[in-house]
Design a protein around this ligand. Structure first.
Ligand code: NAD
Ligand code: AHE
Ligand code: ZN
Length: 376
């Protein structure tokens, strides 16, 4: 079939909106009509050329929601008409990682996914001239239609609006999951969140859900303060306005009665900046503070700290897709949204057509959006 897609032709160039060819689903695959997709900072990261796994030409986008149109041979868990959210972290429930019950990082199709192809090693997308176009993170939601492996689809309820629940395909689940699945934050905790964008705000609402007492947000863009307060931030810090180093400032701010040292129980990096990741670790409490890396850093970047920071009990962790097992957890998060337990709508600051998708990247660069969503 033919469909309309935004194609990343080369690093650092705007996406090109064009008609492309899409082959039907092979065995174990599913054709999905994408109804809406968010634009995540990770799409920008790959488009910029900073992603060591970035390949071109490719159809980016990994935060979508849509409807199943056709299933390939052997597909049993979804059928035409089902509403689904694509999963860049699939859940096969059979591989060594899935059955370990120790991680959400299903490994069954990770190798081909990183090469921009389906599990059989080929792409379903081509240009109208017949040249191959690669898939991205196994999802390619910047196309009106896409093909995914069955194990990379979460079936969700049919009354949930596509233009909101697409965000559960990455940002919402990543932020809330980092708090609940990865950090396992307890009631009464103190926390610091670095970066109050599409991920950081969801960490904040996750912290509120978990019952954290002190939720400190840090961002160099003061316009992020208002929205973060709406989602539960109790204190805002703009590092550019401080006269002292941010680490001692935060350590002092998190000092509780009877505590001679200070430091947060949990900290989260939602910036992708390795200097910020160090600050996040070092403002965690001596003896037990945990720092969770969510941000994705450019090719070649490395984190550093004095080993003494770890010797004295701070813990450095990372999380992908918030530790969520997509087919199991994503339908539940959709229920949380529909039941009013979590909020999504105010974070979707812009809704665009596919023709205007590059405006979504411009808004992100200008720091003017939280999430831009493209509707088809
Ligand atoms: P975003 O652009 O919406 O937000 C980033 C925020 O960080 C902005 O508000 C920006 O002002 C702030 N910021 C930048 N530099 C800062 C600094 N030095 N100090 C404090 N704040 C700073 O991006 P997003 O969509 O929220 O994504 C955030 C990061 O998370 C990106 O690196 C993205 O690739 C990554 N990510 C990771 C996962 C995962 O599974 N681990 C999932 C989604 C996104
Ligand atoms: N390809 C990059 C790393 C990108 C990355 O860390 N991706 C996250 C999801 S970000 C979603 O917005 C992830 O899930 N990682 C686990 C995985 O298996 O990719 C690089 O540095 O090579
Ligand atoms: Zn993402």
């Amino acid at each position: 079939m033919r469909t309309k897609a935004a194609v990343a032709t080369q690093a650092g160039k705007p996406l090109g909106v064009m008609e492309v060819n899409l082959d039907g689903p092979k065995a174990g695959e599913v054709l999905v009509e994408v109804k809406a997709t968010g634009i995540c900072h990770t799409d920008e990261f790959t488009l910029s050329g900073a992603d060591p796994e970035g390949l071109f030409p490719a159809i980016l986008g990994h935060e979508g929601a849509g409807v199943v149109m056709e299933v390939g041979a052997g597909v049993t868990s979804v059928k035409p008409g089902d509403h689904v959210i694509p999963l860049y972290t699939p859940e096969c429930r059979e591989c060594y990682s899935c059955t370990s019950q120790k991680t959400n990082l299903c490994t069954s199709i990770r190798a081909t996914q990183g090469q921009g192809v389906m599990p059989d090693g080929t792409s379903r997308f081509t240009t109208l001239d017949g040249d191959p176009i690669l898939h991205y993170m196994g999802c390619s939601t910047f196309s009106n239609h896409t093909v995914l492996p069955e194990i990379a689809l979460a079936k969700v309820r049919e009354d949930a609006p596509f233009d909101k629940i697409c965000y559960i395909g990455c940002g919402v689940t990543t932020g809330i999951g980092a708090v609940i699945n990865t950090a396992k934050v307890e009631i009464g905790s103190t926390a610091v969140v670095f970066g109050l964008g599409g991920i950081g705000l969801n960490v904040i609402q996750g912290l509120r859900l978990a019952g954290a007492d002190m939720i400190i947000g840090v961002d160099i863009n003061p316009s992020k303060k208002e929205m973060a307060e709406r989602f539960g931030m109790t204190h805002f810090v703009n590092p550019k306005e401080l006269d002292e180093d941010i680490v001692p400032y935060l350590v002092n701010l998190t000092k509780r009665r009877g505590d001679l040292i200070g430091g947060a129980d949990y900290t989260f990096d939602c910036t992708g900046n390795v200097s910020v990741m160090r600050q996040a670790l070092e403002c965690a409490h001596r003896g037990w503070g945990e720092s969770i890396i969510i941000g994705v850093a450019p090719a070649g970047a490395e984190i550093a700290t004095r080993p003494f920071q770890l010797v004295t009990g701070r813990v450095w962790k990372g999380t992908a897709f918030g530790g969520a097992r997509g087919r199991t957890d994503v339908p539940k998060i959709v229920d949380w949204y529909m039941d009013g337990k979590i909020e999504i709508d105010p974070m979707i600051t812009h809704t665009l057509s596919l023709d205007d998708i590059n405006k979504g990247f411009d808004l992100m660069h200008a720091g003017e959006s939280i999430r831009s969503v493209v509707t088809y």
